[in-house]
Design a protein around this ligand. Structure first.
Ligand SMILES: *Cc1c(COP(=O)(O)O)cnc(C)c1O
Length: 383
C-alpha cells in the first residue's frame, strides 16, 4: 500500500524529486504587487495593501472586520486579549493542536484546560465540553463561568479547525452561550472552509487566521483577527502600539503591541487571495483522488465533516495501528515523499503537562494514527 501511495503522490506532482508536505505556489500577481511596494517605498507598517488585504479578507469571510497581524500567533494573542482573557483565567481548548493555540493562552497569564476532540472532525468535541462543564463548572452570581475546584474564571473556549475541517459549530456556539464562555475560533488552518455555508472563524466573538508559509495562502508570515465592528477597532488599536491618531504627536493611551503586518507582506496576501478559490478547487480535487486511492485500503482518508465544505488544506489519513503509522512514515520519507505524524498532544509538553484535562481517549487514539500526506496545490498540468 505504501508503494502505491508513493507512486500516486509522484504522479500528482509529476516529479521524481523530493515532494514536500506543503509548498506555497505563486501563480498570480505576487511579483507585480510586491514590486509596487518597493517602487513606492511603502514596504513597512503603513500602506494601501494592508487596508486592501483587510478589506478583501473581511469580504471573503463575511466578517464585519478583519485586522491584519504579523503572524497567526499574534492574532490569537490579540483575540484573547480582546475577550478579556487575563491572569489566572482558564481557556478551554483541544490537546490536539499546533502549540501556538496554547502559547497564546499562556501569553495572557491564563491556563489552558484540555477537552477531548471528536473523531469525525478532529476538533474540540461539544459533547465532551458540555459533559466536562456539567461536572467541573458553575455560572456564578457575576454571570461568569467558574471552575468548581478553585473558583477561577473559565473565560473563553478556543476550538481549532484541524487541517481545515470545521468543528461542530452549532453545538459549540450553543454550549458556550449556555455557560457564558466567549467562543474564539482558531481558524488558522481553515481559510475557505465553510460550516453550513458560513465561513469558519465568524461563529464566535472572535476568529483568527494565519498566513504562514505552509498555510493555504501565505504572506510570508502573517495573520488576521476576524471580529465585529467594535472589537475590530480595538484590535487595530492594540496591534498598532495603541497610538491615538494625530498627524505628528506620539500619544499612546495603553500598553499596545507592535503586531502590524508590513505592507510588503500584505501585497503578497492580496495576490494570493485572488487565487484562493482556485487553490481550494485544486485541493478538493487532490482530496478526491486520495479518497479514491484509499477506497478499499485499511488506511482511512479523513473526509470533511457533514454539512461542511472543507478547504482540505492538509490531507490526512488514519492508520489502523501505531505500528502501521510508523511503517508508513518510514517508507514514505525514505522514498523522498514527505509525510508527518500529527502533533504530540499538548498535555505531553512539559509546560502544559500540569493543566487540567478531561478524558482524552479520542485525542490519544488519533495521536497514534494520523499521518499527513503531501497536499500542495497541484501543478496546473495535473488538474
Ligand atoms: C499556523 C497555526 C497558527 C498560527 O501560526 P503562525 O505561524 O504564528 O502564523 C495557530 N494555530 C494553528 C492551529 C496553526 O496551524
Amino acid at each position: 500500500m505504501f508503494d502505491a501511495i508513493i507512486k500516486f503522490v509522484r504522479e500528482q506532482y509529476a516529479t521524481n524529486d523530493f515532494v514536500p508536505l506543503h509548498a506555497p505556489v505563486f501563480r498570480g500577481r505576487e511579483q507585480e504587487y510586491v514590486t509596487e511596494t518597493i517602487t513606492s517605498t511603502f514596504v513597512s507598517s503603513v500602506g494601501t495593501f494592508v487596508d486592501q488585504f483587510e478589506h478583501d479578507v473581511a469580504a471573503y469571510t463575511g466578517s464585519a472586520r478583519a485586522t491584519a497581524t504579523v503572524n497567526g500567533t499574534a492574532a490569537l494573542h490579540t483575540a484573547l486579549m480582546l475577550a478579556e482573557v487575563g491572569r489566572g483565567d482558564l481557556v478551554i481548548t483541544q490537546p490536539l493542536t499546533f502549540v501556538a493555540t496554547c502559547n497564546a493562552v499562556a501569553y495572557c497569564g491564563a491556563e489552558p484546560v484540555f477537552i477531548d476532540v471528536d473523531r469525525a472532525t478532529l476538533g474540540l468535541c461539544p459533547h465532551a465540553l458540555a459533559k466536562w462543564l456539567e461536572t467541573h463548572a458553575f455560572v456564578g452570581d457575576d454571570a461568569l463561568c467558574h471552575r468548581k475546584s478553585d473558583g477561577r474564571i473559565i473565560r473563553a473556549c478556543l476550538p481549532m479547525h484541524t487541517f481545515g475541517h470545521p468543528v461542530a459549530l452549532d453545538e459549540m456556539v450553543a454550549v458556550c452561550a449556555l455557560w457564558n464562555i466567549a467562543l474564539i475560533e482558531d481558524a488558522a488552518e481553515s481559510l475557505g472552509s465553510l460550516y453550513k455555508g458560513r465561513h469558519t472563524g465568524t461563529f464566535g466573538k472572535l476568529g483568527t487566521l494565519s498566513f504562514n508559509g505552509n498555510k493555504i495562502i501565505t504572506t510570508g508570515g502573517g495573520g488576521m483577527v476576524l471580529s465585529g465592528e467594535a472589537l475590530g477597532s480595538r484590535a487595530k488599536h492594540i496591534t498598532t502600539t495603541a497610538k491615538r491618531p494625530h498627524p505628528y504627536e506620539f500619544d499612546h493611551d495603553e500598553i499596545g503591541f507592535n503586531y502590524r503586518l508590513p505592507n510588503i507582506n500584505a501585497a503578497l496576501g492580496c495576490a494570493q487571495l485572488e487565487q484562493l478559490d482556485k487553490f481550494i478547487c485544486a485541493k478538493r480535487e487532490l482530496a478526491s483522488r486520495y479518497r479514491e486511492l484509499l477506497r478499499s485500503s485499511q488506511i482511512r482518508f479523513v473526509e470533511e465533516p457533514e454539512n461542511c465544505r472543507s478547504n482540505y488544506w492538509l490531507n490526512a489519513v488514519i492508520c489502523e495501528t501505531k505500528a502501521q503509522r510508523d511503517a508508513m512514515l518510514k517508507a514514505t520519507n525514505e522514498a523522498g515523499v514527505m509525510t508527518r505524524p500529527i502533533w504530540r498532544l499538548m498535555t505531553g509538553l512539559s509546560h502544559y503537562s500540569n493543566c487540567q484535562r478531561g478524558d482524552l481517549s479520542n485525542a490519544q487514539w488519533l495521536e497514534e494514527r494520523i499521518v499527513n500526506v503531501p497536499s500542495s496545490v497541484l501543478p496546473e498540468g495535473s488538474l
